[in-house]
Design a protein around this ligand. Structure first.
Ligand SMILES: *[C@@H]1O[C@H](CO)[C@@H](O)[C@H](O)[C@H]1NC(C)=O
Ligand SMILES: *[C@@H]1O[C@H](CO)[C@@H](O)[C@H](O)[C@H]1NC(C)=O
Ligand SMILES: *[C@@H]1O[C@H](CO)[C@@H](O)[C@H](O)[C@H]1NC(C)=O
Ligand SMILES: *[C@@H]1O[C@H](CO)[C@@H](O)[C@H](O)[C@H]1NC(C)=O
Length: 437
């Protein structure tokens, strides 16, 4: 049924999601090695007291998480509301690490939406940023708007030597970059966990929750509060590529420890006999071997991509959502476009996709599709501004007009309030950007 060559090619392309052409320009000696791009990750936390309290509430979770609509106030409902309020207060008091990983390609569009819909909503959350140094890294300076920043690591990517268990467990696909691409991505994710652990050790506490997300995620609405579920790892549905959607995850500290250990659990997957896994199937396998249960919830973000995709997508093709889709898009690929397919056009296209691959939920008119076979359309900026609203539009324009000095000043301001800072000098990051003067 599935065409294996096509699947392999898709896999490879997916692993290389980032634009590594830029990287190759930067790193000619590495040109045989792939660098993988973004992916995401977030983290969680567990202070003992709060963790215990949340666990004790967990039998009621499913009730809290249902779409409870207050009408009449039966006594049970009043009790329910009180309990729910208590739980929300617990979340407000709990310590959340937000792990943001990947390259900054279109961060002038995605960054402000992350600040607004995650960091600004969970305003006691701490940001952990793990990104490669590239000509777009200067855009990360807009994170000076983040309420709290715990750690920043912007690093020069280097090839990661491949171990024997990695070559057994992971699929190389038919590309020179296959496994190296996966390793670069896994390193971004697990590196964020390392940063969190360093920070926790230094400050003698443990986070209650870790939210893992990607630098290239565009958030159309706040991360809903019902996604913090003790003892279970939360991922979005769809885009599962024979495994689990790995574009976002939310979990308590213990489940996140498993979910983010993408490199160090590979020997365990090897011992369990797993072979030829892609990122998503390796992710699913690592939760399974450590017996971490997962749940899926639709989540209001999409992954902004510059890449071109065949339209309409074939059975193993990739649908590209219009950024203006009502959503939630659960991490599907997106771009600003005038939708080519809406309403009754969407169902037949999406039903043509293989469900266990790049398919994504489109029920309730949540999805409108772009014809993404070419470059972003002329005037995409206006389309973006209209969808994103005045605040995000202003931020996009600010980054577009950023001057070298402002870039350096912004990074300096960030550095002053970041406990763990590991990055090249601000001037070096800003000068890498072409056209910043
Ligand atoms: C954090 O959010 C709460 C409620 O949303 C708000 O009352 C509070 O002022 C915010 N704190 C900061 C520092 O922004
Ligand atoms: C760390 O915190 C624990 C409990 O909160 C406390 O008992 C311990 O003394 C602390 N250790 C240090 C080195 O501060
Ligand atoms: C997390 O794991 C630690 C060590 O395995 C355990 O002691 C603790 O009870 C766990 N916490 C929760 C909330 O499950
Ligand atoms: C569509 O909306 C209905 C009504 O709000 C809801 O019950 C259903 O779960 C939604 N479907 C999906 C797939 O989200």
């Amino acid at each position: 049924m599935k065409n294996p060559t096509k699947i392999l090619m898709q896999l490879t392309r997916k692993a290389l999601d980032l634009d590594w052409r830029l990287l190759l320009l930067l790193l000619p000696p590495l040109s045989l090695l792939v660098y993988v791009s973004l992916s995401s990750s977030f983290t969680t936390t567990t202070s003992t007291a709060v963790g215990t309290l949340l666990s004790s509430l967990s039998p009621f979770k499913s009730i809290f998480h249902s779409n409870y609509v207050p009408h009449a106030r039966a006594p049970e409902e009043v009790g329910l509301r009180a309990r729910r309020r208590r739980e929300e207060e617990e979340l407000d008091r709990s310590r959340i690490a937000v792990c943001l990983v990947g390259g900054a390609r279109r961060f002038e569009l995605t960054g402000p939406s992350i600040v607004q819909n995650i960091l600004g909503v969970y305003n006691k959350s701490d940001l952990f940023l793990h990104s490669p140094l590239d000509p777009n890294a200067y855009k990360l300076s807009l994170l000076k708007a983040a309420p709290r920043i715990a750690a920043v690591k912007i690093f020069q990517p280097e090839p990661i030597p491949e171990t024997q268990s990695q070559s057994r467990v992971l699929t190389a696909a038919n590309s020179p970059n296959g496994i190296q691409g996966l390793l670069q991505y896994f390193n971004l994710v697990e590196g964020c966990l390392t940063m969190i652990n360093d920070y926790q050790r230094k400050n003698n506490f443990t986070y209650d929750w870790i939210v893992r997300t990607r630098v290239d995620g565009y958030w159309s609405r706040p991360l809903p509060r019902d996604n913090f579920i003790p003892g279970k790892y939360l991922v979005p549905p769809g885009s599962s590529y024979s495994g689990l959607n790995d574009r976002l995850g939310v979990g308590d500290y213990n489940t996140s420890l498993v979910a983010l250990s993408r490199l160090s659990l590979i020997p365990l997957l090897d011992a369990a006999g797993h072979q030829q896994l892609n990122s998503e199937s390796a992710f699913k396998a690592q939760l399974a071997v450590k017996e971490v249960p997962y749940v899926t919830h639709r989540i209001p973000f999409c992954v902004v991509t510059d890449r071109r995709y065949e339209f309409p997508p074939g059975r193993f093709g990739v649908p590209v959502a219009a950024l203006s889709s009502p959503g939630p898009l659960s991490g599907a690929k997106c771009r600003p476009c005038t939708p080519a397919c809406t309403g009754s056009c969407v169902g037949p296209v999406m039903n043509g996709l293989y469900r266990g691959w790049s398919w994504t939920e489109w029920a309730n008119k949540s999805l409108e599709l772009c014809d993404a076979h070419g470059d972003w359309e002329e005037g995409w900026e206006k389309l973006f501004d209209a969808v994103a609203g005045r605040r995000l539009a202003a931020e996009r324009k600010r980054v577009e007009a950023l001057k070298l000095k402002q870039c350096v000043d912004d990074f300096e301001e960030m550095r002053k309030r970041t406990a763990l800072w590991e990055a090249p000098p601000a001037a070096d990051i800003c000068r890498l950007a072409s056209g910043l003067v």
